[in-house]
Design a protein around this ligand. Structure first.
Ligand code: HAM
Length: 423
């Protein structure tokens, strides 16, 4: 990633940090690698992520007697956050923990536009003991409303929120059993992946994109029919709160997501065609994971969170900005370029640059070996104005400022220079 694109990344991250602060989130920084078992147990052995996409290696043993440890570059960060929640006893405060992160994740996927082996996620998790209200539907609605606000503030247009409930840890086995039963007589006619998944992880069949399988999948039982009273009520409350906040959503019964820890609310935000993402149009995904902490050996700690694919967010912004012919796409010009007239003026030019930068201006310094013409060309490319530092300017304290856009040149006393350049 190079400038000026990194400028856009930084702007996005600044907006995101501002929104997170307003909603009471604090930043957590977890390690980039963790014990392999954390992901195997948290994300699920049968998921694509764990079964084929992780970068895993056997770390060398540290002593003769010790055994090597299997480590993995994090493919996602929810498991790491929950591990930290348990390890640092964050439950002890009795308070809801609202944590966000921005960082790289790693999956051995087939790279294409919007899908990389090292990609960035901006994510957040809300987790705490049940008595902190962590399992309440208001938390789900607040997270979704925050995401809608965040995308709007970033200027993402045409996003769509797909919502579903995958039920509690008791609803799911009943649904999975029903799926398995319904798949039994039809699976032979399905794609190879579906045939395998019908055995190992029937929920994943719902993710299949194979055109020939869609009619069969649409006729399978729907999870909504298997939700118990409490899950149904929870989902109804989430939807009612979203309606009250004016956040638009579409209920999608097939949205079960590719990680095993989800319970109840699951969601994805996509952007329409023409957004620069092509087939990788899932901008972000998330959901509730009420049993994850216990799965990892921790206390009961319901939670909900999401991760935005930052690469995809940037691609979408770039495509939408290009459509709107937004001028901010290009590199921003600096306030001034300082051109020393001769090597003897280099030090004086650097002193002037230091003064101006200390006053918050963006400044580049040339080199006294440049001929005037070369300084002109460099300055015109980089900055709005050029300040000439020659022997006369240094002794008189009156500087020559050239304005490229207006094609003018004026004399400015050193004491007024910063103000003039800012104007
Ligand atoms: P996920 O759906 O696996 O969920 O990933 C979230 C987002 O990360 C995706 O929607 C996509 O934008 C982006 N992403 C995933 N893989 C890639 C890739 N190879 N290249 C570029 N972008 C990618 C999770 O990771 C969960 N931890 C989210 C979550 C947080 N659920 C609860 N809390």
């Amino acid at each position: 990633m190079l400038p000026p694109e990194t400028e856009l990344w930084n702007r996005v991250e600044a907006v995101v940090r501002g929104v997170f602060a307003r909603y009471g989130f604090g930043e957590i920084r977890t390690p980039v690698f963790e014990d392999t078992q954390l992901f195997a147990r948290g994300v699920g052995e049968e998921t694509d992520i764990v079964s084929k996409e992780m970068y895993t290696w056997q770390d060398r043993q540290r002593s003769e007697s010790g055994v090597g440890q299997s480590l993995t570059l994090r493919p996602e960060n929810t498991a790491g956050v929950v591990r930290a929640y348990i390890e640092h006893k964050l439950a002890d405060s009795g308070m809801l923990q609202k944590l966000y992160y921005i960082g790289p994740q790693f999956r051995r996927e087939r790279p294409q536009r919007g899908r990389y082996r090292q990609f960035w996620q901006i994510g957040a998790e809300v987790i705490g003991p049940a008595w902190s209200g962590s399992d309440s539907a208001i938390r789900d609605a607040e997270v979704l409303e925050m995401l809608a606000t965040l995308l709007d503030e970033l200027g993402i247009k045409g996003w769509r929120l797909a919502l579903n409930s995958v039920g509690s840890s008791t609803d799911r086995p009943r649904y999975v059993a029903a799926l398995r039963e319904a798949l039994e007589p039809v699976k032979a006619g399905m794609c190879e992946n579906c045939q395998r998944r019908a055995e190992t992880n029937p929920l994943r069949v719902l993710d299949c994109k194979e055109p020939g399988d869609q009619a069969v999948i649409d006729a399978l039982p729907k999870i909504a029919e298997y939700l118990d009273e409490a899950s149904r009520e929870h989902f109804a409350q989430v939807k009612a709160a979203l309606d009250a906040c004016g956040v638009a959503y579409v209920v999608e019964p097939r949205l079960v997501r590719g990680l095993d820890y989800y319970t109840r609310t699951t969601f994805e935000f996509t952007v329409a065609d023409g957004s620069g993402l092509g087939t990788q149009n899932a901008l972000l995904g998330g959901g509730r994971y009420d049993g994850l902490s216990e799965m990892l050996g921790g206390p009961k700690a319901p939670g909900i969170g999401f991760a935005i694919g930052e690469d995809r967010l940037i691609l979408t912004l770039q495509a939408q900005m290009a459509l709107a012919a937004d001028a901010t796409l290009g590199a921003k010009k600096l306030d001034a370029f300082i051109a020393p007239m001769g090597v003897a003026q280099n030090a004086a030019a650097l002193v002037l640059a230091k003064e101006l930068r200390a006053q918050g201006l963006t400044v580049e310094v040339g080199d006294g070996t440049f001929r005037l013409r070369k300084s002109f060309e460099a300055a015109d490319k980089l900055a709005h104005r050029m300040v000439i530092v020659g022997e006369d300017e240094v002794s008189s304290g009156i500087l020559t400022v050239k304005y490229f856009e207006a094609g003018e040149q004026t004399k400015v006393p050193r004491s007024e220079l910063a103000q003039v350049l800012r104007g």
